[in-house]
Design a protein around this ligand. Structure first.
Ligand SMILES: [Mg+2]
Length: 243
């Protein structure tokens, strides 16, 4: 990175000794806050409509932790707060999530994903270097792919791990790591890229390195306190980083 880069001048890096961000064989990217931020209500509205339709609950999701949570984790937290039993949640969940996904598909033309800085350039560079690229997201699968299609990023990713079958982020990440190593061999190095402390903790639980980007709601300082292997303001810094 050049010494007069404005990002370099303002933002200190937090880097584990000897860590090379481009040394992995495969990368698992979180979506919201890492690749893009949604500037529309398509996903949010589908959530509220489905919760109302299936559980008669009009509670807003804003009062449960959203960032770093998974769609299923958010649904369960909202409904538990309203006194809905886990048995009822589990019984209705498959139809409810199907309704959410169907609504997002109907309204996909209204999606307005805003790419985080330099994301496309970063993916192009990793793709050209022959890296296996995948997403590991707390979104439901259909909704995740719709966001990636709307943002033009879908072709970069070979597979994804989502919250449909795995409610906890740690399990979503672990499955993604396992799938990458099934494809590339068990010795393949897999890195996680995410924007929340939950991503960092989930990568740690899966024993893989993690790069944190401060393009979601968490500040660089806050992310650094969770000690990722590398913490940067945005992907532009990765592209400029020399070893
Ligand atoms: Mg995120």
């Amino acid at each position: 990175m050049s010494a007069d880069s404005p990002i370099d001048a303002r933002i200190p890096l937090a880097k584990a000794p000897g860590f090379r961000w481009d040394a992995a064989d495969a990368y698992l990217f979180d979506i919201d806050g890492t690749l893009l931020n949604s500037r529309d209500g398509v996903h949010y509205n589908a959530f509220h409509n489905a919760v109302r339709q299936f559980f008669g609950v009009s509670s807003k999701i804003d009062r449960v932790p959203l960032h770093g949570n998974t769609d299923l984790g958010i649904i369960r937290a909202v409904l538990r707060r309203q006194g809905v039993s886990d048995a009822e949640i589990d019984a209705k969940l498959p139809l409810m999530t199907a309704a959410m996904c169907a609504e997002v598909e109907r309204n996909a033309a209204g999606m307005r994903p805003e790419l985080c800085p330099s994301v496309k350039e970063l993916l192009r560079r990793l793709d050209a270097a022959g890296k296996l690229l995948a997403v590991a997201s707390g979104n439901l699968e259909t909704i995740a792919w719709k966001k990636l299609e709307a943002s033009g990023l879908r072709p970069f990713f070979a597979f994804g791990s989502f919250s449909d079958r795995r409610e906890l982020r740690a399990d979503i990440i672990r499955w993604g790591v396992d799938e990458a190593q099934r494809r590339l061999g068990s010795a393949a190095a897999v890195y996680v890229v995410g924007d929340t402390p939950s991503d960092i903790q989930a990568a740690r639980a899966a024993s893989v390195p993690v790069i944190a980007v401060a393009t979601g709601i968490f500040s660089l300082q806050e992310l650094k306190s969770h000690r990722p292997d590398l913490c940067v303001a945005c992907c532009t810094v990765l592209l400029e980083l020399s070893h």
